[in-house]
Design a protein around this ligand. Structure first.
Ligand SMILES: [Zn+2]
Ligand SMILES: [Zn+2]
Length: 292
């Protein structure tokens, strides 16, 4: 028996979990050590979830592998997107903590390719999931040919902070629109606050050709602000998750803009780990208060 945290009436309740033989997948047994709680989890706690155990940002120990970070998104490998190398957009995706029980159950059976070996079992590696989303979006923005040196970021949550962190490392200081109109992390992450996305003013209207939306929650308003502050033909990247259908207020077609969502792909877990997170870990560790 081990202790899990089960979602009940919007709360995570300690529960005794009996360890069973593998049922869901042919996979390697993963034992949870650390789990991150992100904005998507908070929405699932508030609005309801199809699984009893949340937890998709997880670090733990895998049998025969040692310390690992979980890539929670298991692609089918056979649909059209998977076959064309866009497994992050798989039509039949199964994701731990989303539509399969997640890491708060205490143990999981995971396909080996979804476990990425770590140098050590440390809590900051739970950021790998968010950082993979961020690096994927930056990579997409370059693939779309955007050479903007002056991007704008909407939001100041974990994803927005990691994005500003990654942009700073590329020598870029983005403008930011936040809920409060302030950027409270200036001592560690450089960004120019240009107001609040609730009432993005005339001085930002039609100004940007590269935008990253990192809010998701109540996205209808940030979508409107995104369209308002970008110029025709701009590239817009949506890193937040839309939880319900919304109607587009301006008609994107008029802008001939390119917009895309960013779900982390498996490749970016590997790249995040090998090239970035290890190198950046000391900064992330010293910035711990930024990523509570
Ligand atoms: Zn998350
Ligand atoms: Zn697929």
């Amino acid at each position: 028996m081990m202790i899990g945290l089960r979602l009940r009436n919007g709360c995570l309740v300690p529960t005794m979990v009996e360890e069973r033989a593998q049922t869901e997948w042919e996979g390697t047994r993963f034992y949870t050590r650390y789990v991150g709680i992100c904005g998507s989890d908070l929405q699932r706690m508030r609005l309801g979830s199809s699984v009893a155990y949340l937890g998709h940002e997880a670090v733990g120990m895998a049998e025969g592998m040692g310390p690992v970070v979980l890539n929670p998104n298991v692609a089918c490998g056979t649909c059209e997107q998977c076959r064309s190398g866009m497994e992050n957009l798989c039509s039949h995706e199964r994701a731990y903590g989303t539509n399969v029980d997640g890491a708060f159950r205490g143990y999981l059976d995971v396909p080996e390719q979804n476990l990425k070996p770590l140098s050590a079992c440390l809590p900051h590696f739970v950021l790998c999931d968010s950082l993979a989303v961020v690096m994927h979006a930056i990579n997409l923005s370059q693939r779309f040919g955007s050479s903007s040196r002056h991007p704008i970021v909407l939001g100041d949550g974990n994803i927005a902070r990691l994005l500003v962190f990654a942009l700073n490392r590329r020598g870029l200081i983005p403008d930011v629109l936040t809920r409060t109109g302030k950027w409270p992390h200036q001592d560690l992450l450089e960004a120019n606050s240009v107001g609040s996305y609730e009432d993005a003013g005339l001085d930002v209207e039609g100004k940007y050709d590269l935008l990253f939306e990192c809010v998701g929650f109540s996205q209808a308003r940030t979508l409107e602000a995104s369209l308002r502050c970008t110029r025709p033909g701009a590239s817009l990247f949506f890193l937040g998750c839309i939880q319900r259908l919304i109607s587009c207020p301006y008609g994107c077609a008029r802008f001939s803009s390119s917009s895309t969502g960013s779900m982390a792909s498996d490749r970016f877990y590997a790249r995040t780990l090998s090239r970035r997170l290890d190198r950046w870990s000391y900064i992330l560790m010293s910035s711990r208060r930024l990523f509570r």
